[in-house]
Design a protein around this ligand. Sequence first.
Ligand code: SF4
Length: 432
Amino acid sequence: MANMTLTKTPMPEQDPNVRNHNFQEVALGYTAEMAMEEAKRCLQCKKPKCVEGCPVNIHIPEFIAKVAEGDFQAAYEIVTSTNALPALSGRVCPQESQCESKCVRGVKGEPVAIGRLERFVADWYRENVNAMPEKPESNGIKVAVVGSGPAGLTCAAELDKKGYEVTIFEALHRAGGVLVYGIPEFRLPKAIVANEVRKLEAMGVTVMTDMVIGKVLSIDELFDEMGFKAVFVGSGAGLPMFMHIPGEALRGVYSANEYLTRINLMKAYRDDYDTPIKSDAKRIAVIGGGNVAMDAARCAKRMGAEEVYIVYRRSEKELPARLEEIHHAKEEGIIFKTLSNPIEVLGDENGYVKGMVCQEMELGEPDASGRRRPVAKEGCTFTLDVDCMIMSIGTSPNPLIRSTTPGLETNKHGCIITNGDDGLTTREGVYA
Ligand code: SF4
């Protein structure tokens, strides 16, 4: 019988005042009973809108029906028939703007917790079965995948299933891309990413780390000297943007990318690692309002800062981060300073950050993005006493690949241009 409760079955979490001192996962996942109870909220729609909202069109009602029956193995097989990485997407996909935003149960009440169920199914499989997949029969055609983030791993898995001989080239010393250097352990445990990479290797995918394509090897060399017949570029957007304000080069100013990489990939929070980071910072400002800013702020709190601010130039309503991340950040004690924009970083006599001057903002007319444009409130500034700043105002693709690959065209943001249908770029044999 359907469960007509209007709200999602809650998922247990660590207490906010405990978790803001550790890096263990915040959300603890459903038990089998909770998952079955939540699965019974699904109405098994004949024309399921949720599937239209899913970028990889997971057969959502079918897998949820199996969860409701308690047949978790069958549910896992249905999910993985279209999604290679359910343990990851169940945790970090923005379901509230994708599948769950379309769920009919959301018309009156909360939608079915599709993401939590996807995560449950993947975790159940990993904890109870975790069989390594078989290696498919090879068609003898070599394909290179540049980057081992979500795009690279997914592309490699799909091509491998079709019989291609896939090699992933990763620039860093560990595979996973943004999943390991960007997203913190408390949102996505790295052991889960490593397990997904191990499964790919069992399927026959070769993973080569410390391989910066554009430096160690060019895309031309992948074709001409290594015999690859196609290259997929999934190298992400790892080049941080800065504000270009006075004092930005002072000691104690980080890009969010660098700060998160030191903590997540290079384990600066662990005593058994020597990764340098400004660990004595007590008042930290994170500039920006996206998911990366929330991750950086929540990491800063866990690193021991007493006060951590999110400084954002629009109002709270316009924060681009997922609602869940904003909610978690607030619960953990992050202070939101909205309608504020840094205009100068102040330094002490040794060149370290000692504060920043902010301009108060107000919202004007909507800009091209449809959001109301922040405009300076004349004569209204204030100084925030901080000893560390983390810039999280966006990233763009690293120019290395486009600058070393003749014929590969990019747009004004530096993103590789594709035909949109199958990802083919302006360079023959190169996809993105
Ligand atoms: Fe179930 Fe909601 Fe999808 Fe309908 S739209 S099938 S209720 S998850």
